[in-house]
Design a binder for this molecule. Structure first.
Ligand code: ATP
Ligand code: MG
Length: 583
């Protein structure tokens, strides 16, 4: 440590929201350069190499071959698949001196597809799986928690190539198993959830989420093993019900622009015939948003859902992608006089009605069910408006929030919500990219067939961040052995030269045994500072060579459990080797 490029910090970095991130900076693993852009220092490089090593081993084990593509890429292939535009503001675009468009790769489906097209032409060449561990660039709207969501980050991305669905399924299953092994080795507590296929298009898709209360992803589980990202939850279409109400009627409901004011007014002035009180779940709320297409085109969308639910922005976003969602503003209301703000109802919504706005309903709105909803006039609502009898929509949309206690999509379970961090994503792309870029091979009958692809990603730098979030205490980091920057941290304390001579000797013997050592050999640093640093850095085994040496003992500490014991100095090498190989 007298020569290691390291300065540990006693103060927390001001911009760090999460404890693992704070500690990675304080313990000298990473340094921030700009929002979402980090440098890796020597200790960080060691952890990164360990994580990459695990991933590499598991990818090699399933027969995937390592390659490396550039991060600086030409526009044309991304134009051919539509992603130059679809990626929107998340894509880093740049120009070279000849004014040609380039981009910094956010993910590499196009390049891998073209490389295979370039070299292969027959079914005999397949199956094939390739991977790389490489820097990716995304101009994330909200870079977060240091390396958890970076604008430059390292991803392991793999791609599989097969002639048919059976082959793709096999490649997908192999990757799934490799990911299970990778995340087990990294020591994560994780769930595998059904994922939305999002903008990429395609069918089967699952995500590996590290369970973490600070995660940005929300997922649901039920008691029968169903697990899905909330974005992917498909609420079943409610079955038609018998109409039980008379004709719809418009009522005066002055000053009731919100659901709460409406429910209060209904209970005060329009009691239900069946005697129970009105609740927000009896109202049909119509939410209007503005969709903005990647080319800038703006088009409003109306969503009808029960008044006790909100639209979930993330669920909506994946349903309308590649469009993005913006609020419907005062000026938009002004431009559409058919809309009575606060009193909007199905009477004017729909492509063929007065507003011309596309109108989609939540699938929980059953055919035959009766609602209170806006009458499209200020201060008026319509009661007993029956879906299918009195109004229809242009279709349905899965955009309402999912709540704890909701019924599972299969109708047999109850959902609970939790938070996670997406660590990996496996994905059956199918022929989307191969089609767009013309990747075909001759099959065994001499006929050209389009290759079917899978794509599989692991967030490598994000994984380091999550391991840090999962493994720390108030003193510092506490790495699991598989990814720790070293096996043992030897601390030599005091001023006695004999201590340093002995510590040097111990370190040399450990290195000879193949043990990775961080050695605190700093001559003029106090024992207190050295102990603090060893706890902050978080190597799993700490050996203290100091005062005890006079009576022939050194101390061995377990950073994670806090257990410490004295060992006769001549037994320390064996003790450390056992510790390193055993735990
Ligand atoms: P997210 O939903 O978190 O933005 P994504 O679905 O866009 O991620 P993929 O395109 O599936 O991500 O990328 C594969 C993996 O790369 C993700 O599972 C994640 O672990 C990692 N990853 C994605 N974006 C980032 C980022 N900005 N910083 C660090 N890692 C990332
Ligand atoms: Mg993903």
């Amino acid at each position: 440590m007298s020569t290691l490029f390291l300065r540990t910090l006693r103060e927390d970095p001001v911009d760090a929201e999460l404890p693992g991130h704070r500690l990675l900076v304080r313990a000298g693993y990473i340094r921030r350069v700009a929002p979402g852009i980090y440098s890796w220092l020597p200790l960080g490089m060691r952890v990164l190499a360990k994580v990459e090593g695990i991933i590499r081993e598991e990818m090699d084990r399933i027969g995937s071959q390592e390659v490396r593509f550039p991060a600086l890429l030409p526009r044309e292939p991304y134009e051919a698949t539509g992603r130059w535009t679809e990626y929107g503001p998340n894509l880093f675009r740049l120009k070279d001196r000849k004014d040609s468009d380039l981009l910094l790769g956010p993910t590499h489906e196009e390049m891998f597809c073209l490389a295979v097209k370039d070299l292969y032409s027959s079914y005999k060449d397949l199956p094939l799986a390739l991977y790389q561990i490489q820097q990716k660039y995304r101009d994330e709207a909200r870079p977060r928690a240091g390396i958890l969501r970076g604008r430059e980050f390292i991803m392991k991305d793999s791609y599989s190539f097969d002639v048919d669905q059976a082959g793709l399924q096999k490649a997908y299953d192999a990757h799934r198993e490799a990911y299970v092994r990778i995340f087990n080795r990294l020591g994560f507590e994780y769930v595998i959830v059904h994922a939305d296929s999002g903008a990429m298009g395609g069918s089967a898709s699952e995500e590996f989420l590290a369970i973490n209360a600070n995660g940005e992803d929300t997922f649901v589980r039920d008691e029968h093993g169903y697990a899905a990202n909330v974005e992917a939850v498909e609420v079943p279409q409610a079955k038609p019900v018998q109409v039980t109400v008379g004709p719809a009627h418009v009522e005066d409901t002055p000053d009731t622009p919100t659901i709460d004011t409406l429910v209060a007014a209904l209970n005060a002035n329009h009691p239900r015939v069946d005697g129970r009180s009105w609740t927000s779940a009896d109202t049909l709320k119509n939410v209007i948003v503005m969709l903005v297409q990647p080319d800038g085109t703006r088009e409003p969308l109306a969503i009808g859902l029960p008044g006790d639910r909100e639209v979930d922005p993330k669920r909506l976003e994946v349903k309308v992608a590649p469009a993005t969602v913006e609020p419907f503003e005062e000026k938009d209301f002004a431009a559409n006089p058919a809309l009575a703000k606060g009193y909007i109802g199905p009477g004017v919504l729909g492509e063929s009605r007065a507003s011309g706005i596309r109108y989609l309903l939540d699938p929980s709105i059953a055919d035959g069910s009766a609602w209170v909803t806006g009458a499209d006039e200020h201060g008026k609502h319509v009661l007993d408006l029956v879906h299918g009898r009195d109004f229809t929509a242009d279709g349905t949309i899965q955009a309402a929030e999912i709540r704890d206690g909701d019924i599972s999509p299969d109708g047999n379970g109850t959902l609970t919500l939790a938070r996670g961090i997406e660590m990996g994503h496996i994905f059956q792309l199918g022929t989307k990219y191969a089609e767009a870029l013309g990747l075909k091979v001759l099959d065994e009958h001499g006929k050209l067939v389009t290759v079917t692809m899978g794509s599989y990603g692991v967030g490598v730098t994000r994984a380091v961040g999550v391991v840090a979030e999962d493994n720390h205490d108030e003193l510092g980091l506490a790495w699991p052995r598989e990814v720790a920057p070293a096996d043992v941290h030897v601390v030599a304390t005091g001023k006695d030269p004999a201590v340093f001579v002995k510590a040097d000797e111990i370190v040399r013997s450990l290195v000879e045994q193949g043990i990775d050592v961080i050695y605190d050999d700093r001559p003029k640093v106090s024992p207190g500072v050295k102990f603090k640093d060893s706890e902050l850095i978080g190597v799993p085994t700490i050996v203290v060579v100091g005062k005890g040496l006079a009576s022939g003992v050194v101390e061995i500490k377990d950073r994670r459990s806090g257990d410490r014991r004295e060992v006769p100095v001549e037994a320390i090498i064996d003790a450390v080797v056992t510790e390193v190989n055993g735990s």
